[in-house]
Structures are given as structure tokens and as C-alpha cells.
Design a protein around this ligand. Structure first.
Ligand code: NAD
Ligand code: DAU
Length: 336
């Protein structure tokens, strides 16, 4: 059995990863440590809950005693660290928790993993650590880190800390830097689910700035497959970029969603830009393709429709969210 600690496994990417991997592997035992912040939702894991190879623990990665207890009790040999505060806008309204979880929390995980001599520590990082691109070029693993938001800077700190633990102590650390994900169970503060739900509810669709900022989109299952490949075959001390070469302007995505849902474009409302808004992200994933044989399998055209359909079919999931404390966040963030 491979005993794996997955942190943040009740969030969007982590829950998709656990559901996916428990279906694929019967020699993985997964302990999911999640604080269940506003973004954590155990409903995402309904299909894994009863699996004998799955165990959930509610708790904070920054709680050193708890993390020690988990490593000892479950004989943890692998770590996949998804746990994070993940939303850029929230890091602009209040950054402290971003550093506590993303930096201090990662430090506690790394120190504990070092003590228990884990076989692999996978730090889930992001392409946002590279900063912003102009019209041309792609982020490669050698692009210097230049994070611009409090969120991105906290992820860059964690990412570099993980690599420093490899360099200094020889720890088997690997880092992945992925582009923007979309798919089922994504919390509706993020662009795609926000625009789907607002369209369905005939609410205004707030587009920051001129709507021409570019993101490079990947379906969450393609990301999950890459993560597992890196966990199993990635070389210690290496960084792997993950992206599906699918650059889109925000306005293009919003129009596509409106069209699919047969809603009018006059729902679009341009609003004040995000402070420090990165203009363009685009990822070069040649390394993971050439060295580990990964390829994205989902086309954006099909997977975005699949995602919209998922939100159409899972109204109970998102209604509970948008009727809860999310309302307060939404009013403060958008003021309409
Ligand atoms: P998310 O916000 O949906 O989920 C984060 C999860 O972490 C939640 O379940 C939350 O309860 C948990 N968590 C937060 N603080 C915690 C703490 N102190 N201790 C334990 N659990 C805690 O995030 P996501 O979009 O699923 O992102 C997962 C990871 O992937 C993050 O590290 C993020 O930086 C990275 N990432 C995200 C994207 C993306 O497009 N969403 C792209 C690249 C990388
Ligand atoms: O690139 C990877 C990153 O992608 C991850 O590390 C982050 O965790 C994840 O949140 C995401 O960050 P972004 O800031 O790119 O994603 P977000 O969905 O917040 O915004 C995508 C784009 O849409 C961005 O240009 C801002 C814009 N936007 C977003 C919102 C929420 C709007 O125009 N209006 C909105 O209301």
C-alpha cells in the first residue's frame, strides 16, 4: 500500500484528484487533511467517502502536533500538498491567512515530512508564480519567479521553500506549476463557475478591466493525471509545468458560456479592474510531455460544455453555496 497524505482534498482540485485516484488505484491509501474553510466541501467526496482506502481528518496543515500525529499513525510515505488559500481577489482584501496557510502550513508539512523520511513530497504550485507575460512567449520551468499578487507571492514562497528542502536536505521534493483549471466542484468565486451561475440566475456578469486578460485553461482531470504521473515518476528536485495550451481571453469565455446557455450578452458588465491584474498567462509543458509522457486529453470545446452541464445538473451543490456566507463575500466584492 502507498500511504498518501493529501492536504486540501475537500477543495476543487484535491477532491477531483481523490475521486479520480481511488478509482484508478487500489494500492493507494489516502488520508485527506482539510481544514474545511469556506472552499472545502465534503459533498465533493461523496463517491469516495465509503472507500476503505480513504480516511478524512478535519484539521489545519499549520497545526504541527496534528500533522506529526497523522504521519506517525498512518505511516505516511507520500504527500500531495493542495491545501491553500487559492483566490487572488481574497488575497487582495486580506492577505494574512494566505501566508499562514500557504507558507507556514507548507513549512510545517515539509519539516514533518523530513522527520518521517517520506519517499515523495509533491508541492502543488501554480503558473502565477511566474508573474505576467506580454503578448508573446510562454512560461518555462526556467522563467524567473516574479509573483504579483499576495496569493501568488505566498505560493512562490512555498514553492521555493520546497525546492530549498531538496537542495539542503536532499528531500525528495517535486513541484508542479499548473495553469487555470476548470471542471466540476469549482467554488463559484472563480471566473468560469461564477459566470455560469450568474448566467443561469440572470445576474450581471462582472468582467474586470477590458476583459482582454488571457488565461491558459486546463480541464481538472488532465491536471490530476499529470499530478499522479509526477507523484509516481517525477524526479526529485524538479519542477514540472502543466498546461493544455489553451489560451483564451476572459471575454471570449464569458461569451461562450452565454451562448451555450442561450442567454443575452447584455448581462455582461465591465467593472473596475482587479488591482495588479496579471495580463497574460501561457504555459510551456514540453518538459512533462517529453520526460514523463503526459498529454492533455480533453479539448476545451468539449470539456467546457461538460463543465457547464455539470453545473446544470448539480443545482443542489451550488445553491447551498450561493445561499450561504458566499452572499456576503459576493456583495462586498462586487457591490451589486
Ligand atoms: P480550493 O480553494 O478549491 O481548495 C483549497 C482546499 O484547501 C479547501 O478544501 C480548503 O478547506 C483547504 N484548506 C485551506 N486552508 C487549509 C489549511 N490551513 N489546512 C488544511 N486545509 C486547508 O483550491 P483549488 O482551486 O482546489 O487549488 C488547490 C491547489 O492547487 C492550491 O494549492 C492552488 O494554489 C493550486 N492551483 C490551483 C489552480 C486553479 O486553477 N484552481 C491552478 C494551479 C494551482
Ligand atoms: O493560473 C493558476 C491560478 O488560476 C491559480 O493558481 C489560482 O488558484 C486560481 O484562482 C486562478 O487564478 P486567476 O486569478 O487566474 O483566476 P480567476 O478565476 O480568479 O480569474 C480568471 C480571470 O478572470 C482573471 O483574469 C480575472 C478575471 N475575472 C475573475 C473574476 C472572479 C473577472 O474578469 N471577473 C471576475 O469576477
Amino acid at each position: 500500500m502507498k500511504n498518501i497524505l493529501v492536504t486540501g482534498g475537500a477543495g476543487f482540485i484535491g477532491s477531483n484528484y481523490i475521486n479520480y485516484i481511488l478509482n484508478e488505484r487500489d494500492d493507494y491509501f489516502i488520508v485527506n487533511l482539510d481544514k474545511l474553510t469556506y472552499a472545502g466541501n465534503l459533498e465533493n467526496l461523496k463517491s469516495s467517502q465509503a472507500n476503505k482506502n480513504y480516511h478524512f481528518i478535519k484539521g489545519d496543515i499549520a497545526n504541527s502536533d496534528l500533522v506529526n500525529f497523522i504521519f506517525e499513525k498512518f505511516n505516511i510515505k507520500y504527500v500531495v500538498n493542495f491545501a491553500a488559500e487559492s483566490h487572488v481577489d481574497r488575497s487582495i482584501s486580506g492577505s494574512e491567512i494566505f501566508y499562514r496557510t500557504n507558507v507556514i502550513g507548507t513549512n510545517i508539512l515539509l519539516e514533518t515530512a523530513r522527520k518521517f523520511e517520506v519517499e515523495k513530497f509533491l508541492q502543488i504550485s501554480t503558473d502565477e508564480v511566474y508573474g505576467s507575460l506580454g503578448k508573446e512567449g510562454l512560461f518555462s520551468e526556467n522563467t524567473p519567479l516574479s509573483p504579483n499578487s499576495p496569493y501568488a507571492s505566498s505560493k512562490a514562497a512555498a514553492d521555493m521553500m520546497a525546492l530549498a528542502f531538496h537542495h539542503t536536505f536532499g528531500m525528495p521534493v517535486v513541484v508542479t506549476r499548473c495553469s487555470n483549471n476548470y471542471g466540476p466542484f469549482q467554488f463559484p468565486e472563480k471566473l468560469i463557475p461564477l459566470m455560469i451561475l450568474n448566467s443561469l440566475n440572470n445576474k450581471k456578469l462582472p468582467i474586470y478591466g477590458d476583459g482582454l486578460n488571457v488565461r491558459d485553461w486546463i480541464y481538472v482531470i488532465d491536471h490530476n493525471k499529470a499530478i499522479n504521473l509526477v507523484l509516481e515518476k517525477g524526479n526529485a528536485g524538479e519542477v514540472y509545468n502543466i498546461g493544455a495550451s489553451n489560451e483564451m481571453k476572459n471575454i471570449e469565455i464569458v461569451k461562450l458560456i452565454l451562448k451555450y446557455l442561450n442567454k443575452p450578452e447584455n448581462l455582461i458588465q465591465y467593472v473596475k479592474d482587479r488591482p495588479g491584474h496579471d495580463r497574460r498567462y501561457a504555459i510551456d509543458s514540453t518538459k512533462i510531455k517529453n520526460e514523463l509522457g503526459w498529454m492533455p486529453e480533453f479539448s476545451f470545446e468539449k470539456a467546457i460544455e461538460k463543465t457547464i452541464d455539470w453545473y446544470l445538473q448539480n443545482k443542489n451543490w451550488w445553491e447551498r453555496i450561493i445561499n450561504g456566507e458566499y452572499q456576503k463575500y459576493y456583495e462586498t466584492q462586487y457591490k451589486f
